[in-house]
Ligand binder design. Structure first.
Ligand SMILES: Cc1cc2nc3c(=O)[nH]c(=O)nc-3n(C[C@H](O)[C@H](O)[C@H](O)COP(=O)(O)OP(=O)(O)OC[C@H]3O[C@@H](n4cnc5c(N)ncnc54)[C@H](O)[C@@H]3O)c2cc1C
Length: 403
C-alpha cells in the first residue's frame, strides 16, 4: 500500500491549486455577492485542461487518472464550491457517462469538445416532482422515425443555462414490469428547437454558480444520441452518479480543509482572556475535529478513486465517501464560523460562504438519506453489484495517454 502521491498527482494538485488561488480566490466573494459566475471561469478551466482531466488524450482529455480528478476537485472546492460543481456535472455526470456508455460516434462528436472545454456539459435528471424517487420521473420521449421527441421539465440542474449539451434521462417505455426499466438516456444539444431554460434565484449557497431549469417541448433528438440502449437509462444515470458523487466527496474534503485552515489562522491571531483563542481547549477541540474529518474524508475518496483506477465497481465506497465528506464539511464550516465568533457571521471572512455552500451537497447527487439506504442495502447483503453491459473503463496510463 502506498499513500504517497505520484509526481503527476502532485503536478495536477499544484496546477489546480495555483489556478484557483490566483485567479478565483480574489474575485469569488464578489461573484457570490452578485450571484454571477466568476467571469471566464469555464473558459479558463477548459484552457488549463481541468475539464477533461481524466479523459483519455484520444478523446480530447489530459489522460490523467481518476485520483487526479479527485485531487483537482479537492483543490477547486478549497477555494469555492461552484468550481467543483462544474467538475461534478460537466466531467462527472456528462463526460464520464459518455466515456462509459457512449458509442464511438458519440465520443467523437460530443466527448472530444467536452474534454477540450470547447463545449460545456451538464446532467439533467431531477424534475420538479422527482429527485430521490428518480425512477418516477415524468419527462417522456416518443419514437418518431429516426428521432425521439422529448417533452418534460428538468429542475435544479447545475449549469442549465451555461451548458451546450445535457445528459438527459426520460421515460420512453411505458409497459415495463419495473418503472426503472422504462427509462432511456440521451445526450442532447441544448440549442435544439423546443428547449427553454433559466436560472433559479434565491439559493442558500453556490450563488456564484448556475443552477436552473430546462423545459423540453417537442424537442427532436436523433436516436443516434441515445446513451446506452433503450430502457437502460436508470443504469446509465446511476453510473453517472457514481462518477458525480466521487467529485462531490473529494470537493467536500477540500471545503473541510479550507474551514480548518481558516480556523487555525484565526485562532492563532484572535486573543481572548489574555491568550490566543487557539490556546483554549474548546477551540482546540473544534480544530482537532476538522483535522480528523479532513484526514478520514481524504482516505475515503482516495480509496474510491483507487477502485475506479482498477475498473472495480465502487458504488458502496463512493456513497460512503460522499456521505461522510459532505456531512463533516458542513459541520467543519459551521464550527469555523464559531471559531471566528461574530466575524464568522459576516462575509468579511469566507467561512459563512463555506457553510452555505456545504449545505447543498448533503442534498444533491443523492441525498445523504438515500446514501444511508444504499449503504444499508450493501451492509445487509440485500444489494450486490451485477456486471453492467458497459463498465467504467479501468485507468491505463498507456491507453489514456495514447493519441
Ligand atoms: C444546488 C443543487 C444543485 C443540483 N444540481 C443538480 C444537477 O446538476 N442535476 C440534477 O439532475 N439534479 C440536481 N440537483 C437536484 C438534486 O439531485 C435533488 O434535489 C436530490 O436528488 C433530492 O431530490 P429532491 O430535492 O426532489 O428531494 P426529495 O426526493 O423530494 O426528498 C425530500 C427529502 O426526503 C428525503 N427522502 C426521500 N426519499 C426518502 C426515503 N426513501 N427515505 C428517507 N428519506 C427520504 C430526502 O433525502 C430529502 O431529505 C441539484 C440540487 C441542488 C440543491
Amino acid at each position: 500500500m502506498n499513500f504517497e502521491l505520484s509526481e503527476e498527482h502532485s503536478m495536477v494538485q499544484k496546477m489546480v491549486r495555483d489556478f484557483a488561488q490566483k485567479e478565483i480566490a480574489p474575485i469569488i466573494k464578489e461573484a457570490d455577492r452578485t450571484g454571477e459566475m466568476a467571469p471566464n471561469v469555464l473558459e479558463r478551466m477548459g484552457e488549463l485542461g481541468i475539464l477533461g482531466i481524466c479523459i483519455p488524450v484520444r478523446y480530447g482529455g489530459q489522460g490523467m487518472d481518476y485520483i487526479s480528478l479527485g485531487l483537482a476537485c479537492e483543490e477547486l472546492e478549497a477555494i469555492d464550491t461552484t468550481l467543483r460543481v462544474v467538475m461534478s456535472v460537466h466531467t462527472g455526470l456528462c463526460s464520464m457517462t459518455l466515456l462509459q456508455w457512449g458509442t464511438e460516434e458519440q465520443k467523437q462528436k460530443f466527448l472530444i469538445p467536452l474534454a477540450k472545454g470547447e463545449k460545456i456539459g451538464c446532467g439533467a435528471f431531477s424534475e420538479p416532482g422527482a429527485g430521490s424517487d428518480f425512477a418516477n420521473i415524468q419527462a417522456v420521449g416518443k419514437r418518431d422515425g429516426d428521432d425521439f421527441v422529448l417533452n418534460g421539465e428538468k429542475m435544479w440542474i447545475s449549469l442549465a443555462t451555461k451548458a451546450d449539451y445535457a445528459m438527459v434521462t426520460v421515460r420512453t417505455l411505458f409497459d415495463t414490469e419495473k418503472v426503472s426499466s422504462g427509462l432511456t438516456t440521451f445526450i442532447v444539444d441544448l440549442e435544439s428547437p423546443g428547449i427553454t431554460r433559466g436560472d433559479i434565484h434565491g439559493k442558500l449557497g453556490v450563488r456564484a454558480g448556475s443552477t436552473g431549469w430546462i423545459s423540453f417541448q417537442d424537442v427532436r433528438v436523433p436516436a443516434a444520441n441515445m446513451v446506452g440502449e433503450e430502457g437502460e437509462g436508470f443504469k446509465v444515470t446511476m453510473s453517472a452518479f457514481d462518477s458525480g458523487r466521487y467529485t462531490v466527496a473529494a470537493g467536500a474534503v477540500g471545503l473541510t480543509r479550507a474551514a480548518l485552515e481558516a480556523s487555525v489562522s484565526y485562532a492563532k491571531e484572535r486573543t481572548a482572556f489574555g491568550a490566543p483563542i487557539a490556546q483554549h481547549q474548546l477551540i482546540q477541540q473544534k480544530i482537532a475535529g476538522m483535522a480528523r474529518d479532513y484526514e478520514i474524508g481524504r482516505l475515503l475518496y482516495l480509496k474510491a478513486g483507487w477502485l475506479k483506477n482498477r475498473g472495480e465497481r465502487n458504488t458502496y465506497e463512493t456513497s460512503i465517501a460522499k456521505h461522510f465528506a459532505t456531512d463533516v464539511s458542513f459541520t467543519a464550516a459551521s464550527e469555523a464560523i464559531q471559531v471566528h465568533g461574530a466575524y464568522g457571521y459576516s462575509d468579511e471572512y469566507d467561512v459563512e460562504r463555506y457553510m452555505r455552500n456545504a449545505r447543498g451537497a448533503i442534498i444533491y447527487e443523492g441525498s445523504n438519506e438515500i446514501q444511508t439506504l444504499i449503504q444499508a442495502d450493501y451492509a445487509l447483503g440485500w444489494r450486490k453489484d451485477k456486471p453492467l453491459r458497459c463498465e467504467m473503463p479501468a485507468y491505463s496510463t498507456e491507453e489514456w495517454q495514447s493519441t
